[in-house]
Design a protein around this ligand. Structure first.
Ligand code: SF4
Ligand code: SF4
Ligand code: SF4
Length: 235
C-alpha cells in the first residue's frame, strides 16, 4: 500500500476531505449496512493499465442518458508529485513525462452515508444486488446526501433536479444482463466488475492476487471500488 502514496495524494485531494460529511452522518437516524448473504458487486480500477482515453466516461454518459455537463465518473490526470517536487522519472520539476490517471466516482460504500441521511429513502440500497442507487420519484432535492458523501461524488442532475450517483449501471446495462458501460467500453483492461462474494469470480481472484487500495477506509464506509495503484518504480 505504501509504495503508491504519491499517487494517492492527488486522488484524495480530488475527492475532498469530507469533514462536513462526518458531522451529518453522526446525526443520522438511518442505518445502512450491506447484507453479507447477498452479492457484493465491486469494481477494480487498474491504474497501471489506464491510458486516460476517456472512453469509459463517454460510455457512462451515453448509457445513463446524462445531460450535457454532467458526469458520474471522472478521470483525474495525476502528476505523481505535488507542484515543485522533482519528477521521479526525469528529475525535473516541470516536464512532459507521461501522466497516469485515476477514476473518481461513487465508491459504492457498504456503509453508505448518503443512504443513512436521506430523509425520503430516495437514496437507497437495491435489495437484490446491494448496489447503492436512487429512486428519482421520491427525491426531494434537499442535497443532504451530497453533503454526507465523504467522496464528493454525488450531484444533482440539472435536468431532473434529482440526486445522482454511479450505480454500476444498475438500471441500464445491468438490467439487460450486460456489464457496466465503462467496463464494457474500456479496451485496455483497466476496469473489472463482478461479485466479490462469489469466490470463483474473476474479481475475487483479482482481489486475492493483487495489492489493492480503497479510499478513505478510515471513515468506515467500506467502499466497493478498489484501486490497483501504480508503484513509484513503474512511473
Ligand atoms: S476506458 Fe479504460 S483506459 Fe480509457 S480512461 Fe477509462 S479506464 Fe482508462
Ligand atoms: S461514495 Fe458517496 S454516493 Fe457513493 S455510496 Fe458512498 S456515500 Fe454514497
Ligand atoms: S437530495 Fe434526494 S436522495 Fe439526496 S438526501 Fe435529499 S431526498 Fe435523499
Amino acid at each position: 500500500m505504501n509504495n503508491s502514496t504519491l499517487n494517492r495524494r492527488s486522488f484524495i485531494k480530488s475527492v475532498g476531505v469530507g469533514g462536513a460529511a462526518l458531522t451529518v452522518v453522526g446525526c443520522s437516524s438511518n442505518n445502512d449496512t450491506a447484507d453479507t448473504d447477498k452479492p457484493h458487486y465491486v469494481m477494480v480500477f487498474d491504474q497501471t493499465k489506464c491510458v486516460g482515453c476517456g472512453r469509459c466516461k463517454d460510455a457512462c454518459n451515453k448509457v445513463n442518458f446524462l445531460p450535457e455537463g454532467m458526469a458520474r465518473l471522472d478521470l483525474e490526470r495525476q502528476t505523481d508529485r505535488v507542484e515543485g517536487e522533482v519528477c521521479p522519472k526525469c528529475g525535473k520539476t516541470e516536464c512532459n513525462c507521461e501522466r497516469k490517471y485515476v477514476r473518481v466516482s461513487c465508491q459504492q460504500c457498504q456503509n453508505a452515508p448518503c443512504v443513512m441521511v436521506c430523509p425520503t429513502g430516495a437514496a437507497h440500497r437495491d435489495e437484490e444486488t446491494g448496489i447503492v442507487t436512487m429512486n428519482p420519484d421520491t427525491c426531494a432535492g434537499c442535497k443532504y446526501c451530497i453533503t454526507a458523501c465523504p467522496y464528493n461524488v454525488r450531484q444533482i442532475n440539472p435536468d431532473t433536479k434529482v440526486a445522482d450517483n454511479c450505480d454500476f449501471c444498475l438500471h441500464t446495462n445491468l438490467a439487460k444482463g450486460e456489464l457496466p458501460g465503462c467496463v464494457q467500453e474500456c479496451k485496455f483492461g483497466a476496469l473489472k466488475f463482478g461479485n466479490a462474494n462469489d469466490k470463483s469470480s474473476y474479481v475475487s481472484k483479482l482481489l486475492a492476487a493483487k495489492n489493492t487500495e480503497r479510499v478513505k477506509e478510515h471513515f468506515g464506509t467500506d467502499p466497493s471500488l478498489y484501486y490497483i495503484a501504480i508503484t513509484k518504480e513503474e512511473i
